[in-house]
Design a protein around this ligand. Structure first.
Ligand code: APR
Length: 252
C-alpha cells in the first residue's frame, strides 16, 4: 500500500516545540468562500485595483462598499470547515507554543474557536474610520450616506481590512515575523504565497531552521523550499496531520 503524503512526514517531538501556521483563502474554500486567484477566484471576476485600494474607495466609495457588503453576505452564510477545526485542536495541544497567522478577513478561525489569530489583513466585519482609525459596529454607522461618516471625527468610514498599498498593523507584523522565526515547525496552508509581507513568513521560518509543511493542491513559490508538500485540500489534509502530531505528543 502506497504511503500517504502524511505518512511520509517525519516529525520528532523537538519539531513540535513551537508551531507557527500561516493560512490563506484556500483554507476557507471548502466553506464556500471564493479564493482570490483560483479558477473562479475573486480577482478573476473583479479587478483588485478597482475595489481593494484607498484610491478605489475615494473614487467610488459606493462601489467599494457594495463589493464588501456582497462579500460580507457570502461569508455570513459560511461555516468553518474541518481545516479550521483541526487548527483549533492543534492550538489546544500546544497552547502558548502555537501561533496562528492568517491573511483571511472572514473571521472563520475565530468562529471555529481559535483564540487569538493574528489577522494580518484585518477583519471584513469591522467598520473603521479612515482618519482616526476608530472602530464601529454596523448599527453605529449611517450607511445611507456614502462614504459613511465617522461618528467621532466625521472622517470617511471604510471596511476594517488592509488594502493594496496600505501598511499592515506593525504590532501584528512584528509578532508574525518573530513567531515565524522562532518556529520549529511552520505550516503554510491554502495560500498562493504571492502577497508580501505575509508571503515572506515561510522563508523567515526556514531561515530560523523550522521544518516547513505546505498544504495546497497547487504548487506555489515556496513549494521548492518546503520539507513536505501535501497536494490536497486543507479540510482533507489537516485532520490526519493533526492526529499524527497528537500521536507524537502521546509517545514523548
Ligand atoms: N485547500 C487548500 N488550499 C487551497 C484550497 C483548499 N481547498 N483551494 C484552493 N487552495 C489554494 C490555491 O491553490 C491557492 O494557492 O489556496 C490558495 C489561494 O490563493 P489566493 O487566492 O491568492 O489567496 P491568498 O494566498 O490568501 O491571497 C493573499 O491576497 O488579494 C489579497 O488580501 C488578499 O489575503 C489575500 C492575499
Amino acid at each position: 500500500m502506497e504511503l500517504s503524503e502524511i505518512d511520509q512526514i517525519n516529525l520528532s517531538a523537538a519539531d513540535l516545540k513551537s508551531i507557527a501556521v500561516l493560512t490563506g483563502a484556500g483554507i476557507s474554500a471548502e466553506s464556500g468562500i471564493p479564493t482570490f486567484r483560483g479558477k473562479e477566484g475573486l480577482w478573476k471576476q473583479f479587478r483588485p485595483e478597482e475595489l481593494a485600494t484607498p484610491q478605489a474607495f475615494f473614487h467610488d466609495p459606493k462601489l467599494v462598499w457594495d463589493w464588501y457588503f456582497y462579500r460580507r453576505n457570502l461569508i455570513a452564510q459560511a461555516e468553518p470547515n474541518a481545516g479550521h477545526f483541526a487548527l483549533v485542536e492543534l492550538e489546544k495541544m500546544l497552547r502558548e507554543s502555537f501561533t496562528l497567522i492568517t491573511q483571511n478577513v472572514d473571521g472563520l478561525h475565530r468562529q471555529a474557536g481559535s483564540s487569538n489569530p493574528i489577522e494580518l489583513h484585518g477583519n471584513i466585519f469591522v467598520n473603521r474610520c479612515h482618519e482616526c482609525a476608530s472602530h464601529f459596529s454596523d448599527d453605529e454607522i449611517d450607511f445611507s450616506e456614502m462614504p459613511p461618516l465617522c461618528p467621532a471625527c466625521r472622517g470617511p468610514v471604510r471596511p476594517g481590512v488592509v488594502w493594496f498599498g496600505e501598511n499592515l498593523n506593525p504590532i501584528h507584523l512584528e509578532d508574525a515575523f518573530a513567531k515565524s522565526h522562532q518556529a520549529t515547525l511552520f505550516l503554510s496552508i491554502g495560500t498562493s504565497t504571492v502577497v508580501h509581507p505575509a508571503a515572506s513568513l515561510p522563508e523567515i521560518a526556514r531561515r530560523g531552521d523550522a521544518k516547513i509543511i505546505e498544504i495546497n493542491p497547487d504548487s506555489t513559490p515556496i513549494s521548492h523550499a518546503a520539507d513536505y508538500t501535501i497536494r490536497d485540500s486543507s479540510a482533507n489534509a489537516l485532520p490526519p496531520l493533526i492526529e499524527k502530531i497528537r500521536s507524537i505528543f502521546a509517545v514523548d
